[in-house]
Ligand binder design. Structure first.
Ligand code: G3P
Length: 219
């Protein structure tokens, strides 16, 4: 399973990238706003900065337009910024049409705001590179988000669709483990959830003991 970080914060992106296990970054308009990135030129430069930090990684950049023509115009501009850009498009009627068009002209896409297998089916048929089921937001309404990931993985495998399942709206470390068990191709996670994978008290206790024993002999 590949790891993306779900943030527009450059310090966090650098920290995750320095671990050496980062495969990409997902952003959305809310995450960009959280970092105070505003204005078309600044937003575009921010995407380029992210691409330059995570060399070779896939970087999702979301369209703001909700109509087909606007999505196509914005998506082409975003894709032209850098070869690592993946155009993120919401799972709406116009969005699916736009994904189909982007697929035909060789622009990679991430179909976002997916909450059902039916939406995932349309994304795959349109040729989306990634489909993003939002698991935390489903959990928020007492629906099993990880189960949706499992269902999408199953049907994609059954029908041999090429679209990769990118588990999104991950809120904590356990979500990452559950998505891996469900067969997700990618998990996009907050930095805290990624770092949580490292934590185990027996690792800390074991390391302290190793150092203690070393010092007993070596001073
Ligand atoms: O990847 C989608 C993500 O940014 C949404 O997460 O926590 O706002 O549901 P959240």
């Amino acid at each position: 399973m590949r790891f993306f970080i779900d943030t527009a914060n450059l310090d966090q992106i650098r920290e995750a990238n320095d671990l050496g296990v980062l495969d990409g970054v997902t952003t959305n308009p809310s995450l960009m706003a959280k970092e105070g990135i505003k204005g078309e030129a600044n937003i575009k430069q921010h995407y380029i900065d992210i691409c330059n930090i995570v060399k070779g990684g896939d970087i999702s950049a979301e369209v703001i337009a909700t109509d087909y023509e606007g999505m196509i115009r914005e998506g082409k501009e975003l894709a032209a910024l850098h070869k690592q850009i993946v155009v993120k498009v919401p799972c709406t009627k116009d969005g699916i049409k736009a994904i189909k068009h982007f697929t035909e002209i060789g622009i990679r896409t991430n179909c976002t705001l997916v909450f059902s297998v039916g939406q995932a089916l349309l994304a795959a048929k349109a040729g989306a590179t990634y489909v993003s089921p939002f698991i935390g937001r489903l959990d928020d309404i007492s629906t099993d988000g990880v189960e949706l990931v499992r269902q999408i993985v199953d049907v994609y495998r059954y029908y041999d669709y090429g679209t990769q399942v990118l588990a999104a709206s991950i809120r904590h470390t356990m979500h990452i483990i559950q998505c891996m068990e469900a067969g997700a191709d990618v998990a996009t996670c907050p930095l805290s959830a990624i770092l949580g994978l490292l934590k185990h008290p027996l690792t800390d206790i074991g390391l302290a003991k190793f150092l203690e024993d070393y010092k007993k002999v070596n001073g």
